[in-house]
Every structure is written in structure tokens, then in C-alpha cells.
Design a protein around this ligand. Sequence first.
Ligand code: SF4
Length: 235
Amino acid sequence: MAISTPRNYVREARRRVAPKRERIGKIVERLARAHPDATIALRFRDPVELLISVMLSAQTTDVTVNRVTERLFRKYRRPEDYLAVPLEELEADIRPTGTFRQKAKNLRGAMAMLITEYDGRVPESLDELVRLPGVGRKTANVVVAERGAAQGIVVDTHVRRLSQRLGLTRHQDPVKIERDLMRVVPRADWARFPHLLIWHGRRVCDARRPRCEDCVLADLCPSSRAASEPATSGV
Ligand code: SF4
């Protein structure tokens, strides 16, 4: 049975658990211990492949993207290669990732801008990345974080759901959620925090059937069904 999410997350969090600033360190530490393998699942060898993989990952699975890019990255080795084939050929090469016409158009637009404005390299700042066709804040955040200098926090469907359940935000809008998280999550954890929530969301805090009884955050989570029986932990 799906759990109901409290209407007023902040008030609920304060009533049942400590304020979020007091909990966040333990939340990060326990999740890191529970999911030491929580990293990006996409496969890439350089920043251009990273950018392309993340662009292709919209509304599909990382497994599908990896399957497609295994062949794609053998065929297209430089940004110029994406412009050297007919659009229809590129569309066919990325078709399994879905919305392939729009993605092919965006890929070519992004690669063209990399060539003309950045000497074929992927820019490093969030502001420059979001200027590329088809690159929104979420994509840009993933690319920047994976290059080791997170300038924001990636908010996907898992991050949104867990942030709300954990009482770290009461917003629905990804930009407002990101702003709330940036205020409370230590900057050093901005890159790994979304991975931890994503993996915890997949393995434990399922959208429809959260396994609160097995959750290392049960005593820190205002939405826990197991709140009366805190999870044992050394942290
Ligand atoms: S206790 Fe854990 S599984 Fe349950 S809602 Fe909170 S984070 Fe999700």
C-alpha cells in the first residue's frame, strides 16, 4: 500500500524528528554506508560522451542508453561526426532511447555549438551548459557534477520524492527543491547526494511501496511508517 506523504512536511518533520539541518549529516552518512556503489550508471569515456549520454537518458533507462551508446560511441568519435551524417541516420542510431527525432535535433545543435563556440570541448559552467540546445538544468547539473565540480544538486523523480518524504522540502517544482537542498546539504556532498537518494529510492524507498521497516533512515524520516521502531544504526 502506498504511504501518504504529509501535507506540511516541515511541521511534520519538526514534530517527529529533529530539524533538517541536524539530520542531514546523519542522512548522508547512513546512505553512503548503505549504498557505497551509488554512482552514475551511464557509461562514457570523456565529457562529450557524458553530455550525449545524459541528453539521451531523458525519459528512458540508463540500461537502454548504455546499450545504444556502446555502438554510437564507436561510430561517432568527435562532435563533427554527429553533423557529418544525414539527420535520419542519427535518428535511427538513437531510436531505442525514445523521442529520437527531438533528441537527434538537439544532439546536432549541441555538437554544432561545441564546435563553433567551445573548440569542440564541453564547457564547464552550468550557465554555459544550459545554453546548449536540449540541455536543461538537470542535464547540466549531472554533467558538471560528474566532472567533479558540482554547482547545484540534480533533482530527478527519486530525489524529489525522497526529499519530500525526508522533510527536506515541501515543494514540487524541481528548481525550488534544488534551492532547498542547496541550503541544507553541505556543498562537498552536492555531487553524491542525488546518487544516494536515487539508489535508496530504487532499492528501499520505492514510490508505491517504501520499505520503511528495512530503511536506515527510519528514525530520521518524518514519513516513516516504522518511526515508532527506529532503525538501529551507529550514526
Ligand atoms: S523511512 Fe525510509 S523508506 Fe520510509 S519513507 Fe522514509 S526514507 Fe522512505
